[in-house]
Design a protein around this ligand. Structure first.
Ligand code: URA
Length: 268
């Protein structure tokens, strides 16, 4: 055996040992190495003072599954993603059957550099009619809650897990959530909020990837979505049917404010 063959055999054995220990090898073309090592330009963003006051969130990291649990569309963000370009893709989307019954898609609206992002389940009839999130009765209650926090609608961003109305406002099915979730993930990557408030079971389950998560048990907890503090609370539609839940919901929103480094305005 010549020297070259012996070196190659040793290398092969080393790679097999590392692979057995779970170490992955990625072969890159020299051009690709250069591309990834070049500094990525950071897009300019309006300074948001309160961002700096946000307390670090406890990171709850789930072990990485060996295979994707649910097949979805690509969640890859591109450097060209903007809220407007994502909204256009949503308007053109035919990835699930909800496109057949919709009047308008509802991509979301609000400040493009929000500290706080509210994520609901999906549009109801009023939202479907106007193409805007949280404009019906539940939305009016959410507006009141946002005002009570000392904020306004245009200081936050409002969106949903799914961007089209379901027939009869039924809970979205897993295939519909999986088809739509990549849009929200790309919106979050563009918005870069410091805090996400998940409104109800559907956003809680979709963003934790845990279909056993329950809002009654987990509301008010400081969870993490990709390093962003996520605090779940009740869906305003649920609050309309269960007014007793408003008090615990307000406690959760106070936790949101605390994480944002703010206090609710004094009542008087
Ligand atoms: N409920 C939601 O979850 N989202 C809306 O946009 C309206 C009501």
């Amino acid at each position: 055996m010549d020297d070259r063959t012996s070196v190659l055999l040793n290398l092969k054995q080393l790679i097999e040992l590392d692979q057995a220990a779970g170490i992955e090898f990625i072969l890159r073309e020299p051009a690709a190495v250069n591309a990834t090592s070049a500094p990525t330009p950071v897009p300019a963003k309006a300074p948001v003072t309160a961002r700096a006051q946000v307390a670090p969130a406890p990171i709850i990291s789930a072990p990485k599954p060996a295979v994707p649990v649910t097949p979805t569309l690509s969640t890859a963000t591109t450097a060209n993603d903007t809220l407007a370009s994502i909204a256009q893709e949503i308007a053109d989307c035919k990835a699930c059957r909800l496109c057949d019954g919709r009047r308008h898609t509802v991509p979301g609206e609000g400040l493009s550099t929000p500290i706080l992002l509210f994520v609901g389940e999906g549009p109801d009839a009023d939202e479907d009619a106007q193409g805007r999130p949280f404009v019906g009765a539940a939305g009016q209650l959410l507006d009141k809650m946002i005002t009570a926090m000392g904020l306004s609608r245009d200081q936050v961003f409002l969106t949903n897990i799914i961007k089209c109305r379901t027939p009869g406002n039924r809970t979205p099915e897993i295939e519909e959530i999986n088809a739509c979730l990549p849009f929200l993930k790309r919106q979050i990557a563009v918005l870069k909020p410091s805090v996400i408030c998940a409104l109800g079971n559907t956003p809680l389950r979709a963003l934790t990837g845990n279909d056993k998560a329950g809002i009654t048990r987990m509301r008010g907890q400081q969870l993490s979505y990709n390093g962003i503090t996520m605090i779940p609370t009740f869906d305003p539609s649920f609050l309309l049917r269960n007014p007793d839940a408003k008090k615990p919901c307000w406690e959760d929103l106070q936790t949101v404010l605390k994480v944002m480094g703010r206090e609710p305005p004094k009542r008087g």
